[in-house]
Design a protein around this ligand. Sequence first.
Ligand SMILES: C[S@@+](CC[C@H](N)C(=O)[O-])C[C@H]1O[C@@H](n2cnc3c(N)ncnc32)[C@H](O)[C@@H]1O
Length: 412
Amino acid sequence: METGAEREVKARILDKGPITFAEFMSIALYHPRGGYYSDGAALSNHRDFYTSPAAHPAFGALVAVQLARMWELLDYPRPFYAVELGAGSGILARGVVDYAAESLRPFSEALRYVAVDRSPPGGLCAPLRRLVSDAVPLKGVVGCLLSNELVDSFPVHLFEVRDGRVLEVFVELRDGVLRETLSEPSTPLLEERIRERGLPLREGCRGEVNPRVGPWMKEIARALQRGFVLTIDYGYDAEDPHPHDRMQGTLETFYRHTSGGSPYQRVGAQDVTAHVDFTAMISEGNLAGLRPVLLSTQADWLGAMGMGRMIADVRKQELDQPVRDANLMAMRELVKPDGLGAFKILIQEKDTGVARPERLLPTPSERRAPLLRREHAGLMKNKYPHAAFQTDELTGYGIPGVQTGEAPLHEV
Ligand SMILES: C[S@@+](CC[C@H](N)C(=O)[O-])C[C@H]1O[C@@H](n2cnc3c(N)ncnc32)[C@H](O)[C@@H]1O
């Protein structure tokens, strides 16, 4: 059956001819009638994917630990704003605010958490200050602007190399069916990005360019008076093999926890994403006045914030075995090197005087672990219905220093 988003895509093509992939993706994800994120349902029941804060509340708790350290570094401003962009259901907001209230006083008294999303809230998590916007509708922020899996959901332009030239992928309608066609690029950004990164023009190679990164960094830098920008997402930087080496770029679809379907199927009913180019984030940030302090993997950073101590705490708490197992399992998901642990964390700063990543480390201390609640993804139930795993696998799981203290942070 044709979805509302698909009808809109077809109407646009009939009206003005082939549209860029970026326009197609924008309708598929955000059109008010039938866009994937338009009703909040996609996120609130973890239907197609789950994100780190939905996996286990330790994630939100360790984000809170990082924010509390930033508060110290800024000399304890009151209020300290945490502005989450692309907050979705609010599950990270809830995790941060709850953990701060339980375990991070007096930071929690200074914390003002604002959750921003371009789609109306899905209604999963309890009331917080919420703003509906696709920009950064604030100024004079002292604190931190943060996001988790936001930038990967910005619409991207697609290109393909043909006969040594860079062409753009457009979406057209042939015999009533959505298909791709190649044409001259609609924006010089495509060739600029390829040139900047010195990428070889291999025949047939495909890739994406995210046109929103530069303007987004500028908006963030304008909103931030003094403080930090914390961006968490999957992606690559100059140290990684460039995805264009894989010839097919990084565009992905997610439907019912399976990736790999055509973006032109189930338009508006499946997620469409592309990996984040962290090198572009850093260079656009620099241009906007944001200095990079830390680029790390999620596993290393969570280790540095005290994941090992939280794991030790779960082992110590008096819990029924299935509850303990479910918690340890979900915490392990957060640091798996071939999963969420491979996500990247970028921390940039403006006017803080903080240049070295070590300064972002919190003082090591006991960390009480929050436990899974109803709103979390229930990974154990979904992924391991027979629950025959060994929780001892968690010991030292790929996190440097996880058992003995906090892990080192790497400089950008
Ligand atoms: C993959 S979801 C992540 C949700 C949440 N951060 C989490 O970790 O569960 C991406 C979210 O970003 C929102 N979004 C996309 N572009 C946005 C923009 N320009 N401004 C604000 N929110 C945006 C979407 O509506 C969606 O809720």
